[in-house]
Design a protein around this ligand. Structure first.
Ligand code: IPE
Ligand code: IPE
Ligand code: MG
Length: 234
């Protein structure tokens, strides 16, 4: 499952509060949804926390977002360990503040033994940039072209360029809160056959029950992957 956690700013603005309070409320939702995902037996949960295009926001909002991410990583590491959750961060690291980079490395090392849920947090993430860097990596690799440019090799390169320790699994369900119907450069390769679920609820108002509702909706979808349904084949 992958989630575009959108609608924090508008949630706060509607209350006449600074956008930052929406991000703080959104961090609370993320905790609740991680717990719900673990309980539901989700194997991999990827949360879009900061896109490479989010650098275009006012410096004050960017600064407070990055500090909130650091604080949340530091505060949640113990809970992740206690619940068998492996936390990793995908995206570029070279543009992040040193303190955040340290928090990321600390959380990844401390939770590396978790097997109940793989929680991936996307920070300074751009799917298009990842695809380009993965392609450059394969172009530089040794060996016959036909062996190099396979889906598996490409997927492995994709995880390598974004520091993910495991090859990306295809996304089965992509949820976007906040009412917009777009991907905003998130997991473009991994979402090739993802079921898309767009909900109007702003992220701070989303919760564990809403996440379970999304899984129930997913269970009703009929997936064909280009083929035909079992009934039609008979
Ligand atoms: C999502 O909420 C959080 C991030 C992008 C970091 P937004 O901040 O985009 O909230 P809206 O879309 O402006 O309401
Ligand atoms: C996508 O939301 C990024 C995150 C949720 C982190 P945005 O709010 O940045 O996306 P756009 O600008 O509406 O497409
Ligand atoms: Mg937004």
């Amino acid at each position: 499952v992958a989630i575009v956690m959108d609608g924090n700013g508008r949630w706060a603005e509607r209350r006449g509060r600074p956008r930052t309070t929406g991000h703080v409320a959104g961090a609370r939702t993320a905790k609740a949804v991680v717990a719900a995902a673990r309980k539901a037996g989700v194997r991999t949960l990827t949360l879009y926390a900061f896109s490479s295009d989010n650098w275009r926001r006012p410096p004050r909002e960017v600064g407070s977002l990055l500090r909130l991410l650091r604080r949340t990583l530091l505060a949640e590491t113990a809970r992740c360990i206690a619940n068998g959750i492996r936390l990793t961060v995908v995206g570029r690291r070279d543009r992040l503040p040193e303190a955040l980079r340290m928090a990321i490395e600390g959380a990844e090392a401390a939770t590396a033994g978790g097997t109940a849920l793989h929680l991936r947090v996307a920070i300074d993430y751009s799917a298009r940039d990842a695809i380009l860097r993965a392609a450059a990596r394969l172009a530089d690799a040794d060996g016959p072209v036909a062996d190099r440019w396979t889906r598996d090799r490409f997927a492995a390169a994709l995880s390598a360029v974004d520091h993910d320790p495991v090859a990306p699994v295809p996304v089965d369900l992509l949820i976007r809160t906040g009412g917009e119907h777009r991907l905003s450069d998130f997991l473009l390769w991994e979402c090739a056959y993802a079921e898309l679920l767009f909900v109007p609820t702003p992220w701070p108002d989303f919760d564990g029950a809403a996440f379970e509702g999304a899984l129930a909706e997913f269970a009703c979808r009929q997936r064909r992957f280009g083929g035909v349904t079992v009934a039609a084949r008979a």
